[in-house]
Write a protein that binds this ligand. Sequence first.
Ligand code: ADP
Ligand code: MG
Length: 259
Amino acid sequence: MPRIFCIANQKGGVGKTTTTVNLAAGLTKAGQRTLVVDLDPQGNATGSSGIDKRELALTVYDVLLETATIAEARQRSDKVGYDVLGANRELAGAEVDLVGLERRDKRLKAALAAVADDYDFVLIDCPPSLSLLTLNGLCSAHGVVVPMQCEYFALEGLSDLVNTIKQVHANLNPDLQLIGLLRVMFDPRITLQQQVSEQLKTHFGDKVFNTVIPRNVRLAEAPSYKLPGVVFDPSSKGAQAFMDFAREMIARVEAPVAA
Ligand code: ADP
Ligand code: MG
């Protein structure tokens, strides 16, 4: 059975996609069979994994509408070594198309069950909203990884997300847990970032991952080469941090579950 994680934060531009593709590349380098599910109509996780989103014959949209299985719609990206269930702009219509359908929030979960034997990890890149797409992700997952920048407003948005996770846990998916908060784009020279980082540790304790992802230009450049930073420039500080994060995730998954 794979461990299934949503990479979620209702804010845009906080590093969800960067975390998804670099963690996937790191897990792959560590020998884990990994699937990335792109649940964002922007298709950035698809593009950053070396797949041309305009040339996809089948996407996660077809899977949600149950006109294709994941086995049919997934692509192996040889450049990165993991599989991708891609997305493109068509997915923007899914919200409307799904609303009148039965099991509309559990369709991804059902589809993933059919490929459970193929993977050790499934990473779901969520859109920047608490929409029906994100709900499909949360209903499928064991855990949520929340990338966040250590800024003042980051804490404010966090309580909405934590409440949503609690509600989904209580009503729809008892398996769901907040796995952890990942500090990204971190610049230790900025005092406010250090302060927010300390506040996070005070409030969330060991839910804050030990690994910190620094602000690193190679991570920002990598998407224009259609690659995760971990593949584009493995020796860069950003790539090294994501390799550390992949090892931390593997260790957490292997550790006995805390109460
Ligand atoms: P989201 O998926 O949450 O919208 P992205 O992962 O696309 O966020 O990141 C937003 C922007 O920040 C992108 O241009 C990305 O390349 C850049 N970025 C993300 N993480 C880093 C980092 N650690 N250092 C520098 N730039 C980063
Ligand atoms: Mg994104």
